[in-house]
Design a protein around this ligand. Structure first.
Ligand code: NAD
Length: 318
């Protein structure tokens, strides 16, 4: 029997619970929010769909209910306002996350944390530093969502099912993220080769347009409807399933980077193998010079936002 605790029953938290219900992913879901009535209302609404899905116990609870949770997903915190960058949330959400992690650890020191709260790379680092858990068990949702946006846009451009497109976005989940064009392949065929057999004329500008759309997606959605939550909820279900079912799927979660590409003690997204133990391996991708430069630039940006009180000494490039 698997149990998930979701901290923060807002747009992302409650939609994630809904995605888990539809997927029959777990048997127990507890929603915890500082506004108890909000968590209670969401749990009631979700439970009223119980007769249409596999049996699942959804309820509003408190931190005590984390004691037997296999995974705790943290979505609590301030969301982006229209036009606001994720990095602008760092101070408020770092404060919130420290308290939440400490509350969880009062009841469970043997769980896996999945961090969603933005800016997710910094907040995941804060959660790891605060928790003392193994970094393999403190996982940011990272660019799993951005990778899916990239695959969706490639699918629309190439006319191919996104499940047959291998493509990754790495680095910050934010403005400096890096869509990896050099590794895109369709059913094992490199994109460059695929393009020679396809009648759609795609220029370099077409590729840049897709990269920009991936980076701008959240801004556009927030401008339109105030928040993003459906795709991130599905991304969280995918991450959770890979862990609970020990699937060893490769997903671009945010993880501790120590020694890769000369980087030291930073949370950033790279393709990771996810299994029951959490992040079991980070895949060392061959990046071209431009992509490596962009990735290191992304790392520089993240480095500049890590709260000073969490680093004994400034984080440096090795
Ligand atoms: P929301 O405002 O709808 O929900 C946030 C919830 O957190 C609220 O219900 C609030 O009461 C609760 N909360 C705040 N402080 C709390 C605390 N100390 N303890 C318990 N609960 C607390 O926001 P949302 O749209 O659900 O977004 C939540 C977070 O997820 C934001 O930081 C947003 O930027 C982030 N997000 C991340 C991704 C991603 O890909 N990583 C995608 C979408 C949203």
């Amino acid at each position: 029997m698997s149990k998930i605790a979701i901290i923060g029953a807002g747009f992302v938290g409650s939609t994630t619970a809904y995605a888990f219900m539809l997927g029959g992913t777990v048997q127990e879901i507890v929603l915890i929010d500082k506004i108890k009535e909000k968590a209670r209302g969401e749990a009631m609404d979700l439970n009223h769909g119980a007769s249409f899905v596999r049996p699942v116990n959804v309820y509003a609870g408190n931190y005590k209910d984390c004691r037997d949770a296999d995974i705790v997903i943290i979505t609590a915190g301030a969301p982006q306002a229209p036009g606001q960058s994720r990095l602008e949330l760092v101070e408020t959400n770092s404060r919130i996350i420290k308290q939440i992690v400490s509350n969880i650890l009062d009841y469970n020191t043997d769980t896996t944390l999945i961090i969603v709260t933005n800016p997710v790379d910094i907040i995941s680092y804060v959660a790891w530093k605060t928790s003392n858990l193994s970094p393999s068990r403190v996982i940011g949702s990272g660019t799993v969502l951005d990778t899916s946006r990239f695959r969706h846009l490639l699918s629309a451009r190439c006319g191919i099912d996104p499940r047959n497109i291998h493509a990754y976005v790495i680095g910050e989940h934010g403005d400096s993220e890096v869509p990896l064009w050099s590794t895109v392949n369709i059913a094992g065929i490199s994109l460059d080769r695929f393009c020679t057999s396809c009648n759609r004329a795609c220029s370099d500008e077409g590729r840049e347009e897709i990269s920009q759309k991936v980076r701008q997606a959240a801004y556009e959605i927030i401008e339109g409807k105030g928040a993003t939550y459906y795709a991130i909820a599905l991304a969280l279900r995918r991450i959770t399933e890979s862990i609970l079912r020990d699937e060893h799927s490769i997903l671009t979660v945010s993880t501790l980077i120590n020694g890769i590409y000369g980087l030291k003690e930073l949370y950033l997204s790279l393709p990771c193998v996810l299994g029951r133990k959490g992040v079991e391996n980070v895949i060392p991708f061959e990046l071209d010079a431009d992509e490596k430069g962009q990735f290191l630039h992304s790392a520089e940006i993240i480095k500049g936002y890590i709260p000073a009180d969490l680093t004994e000494k400034p984080i440096e490039l090795l």
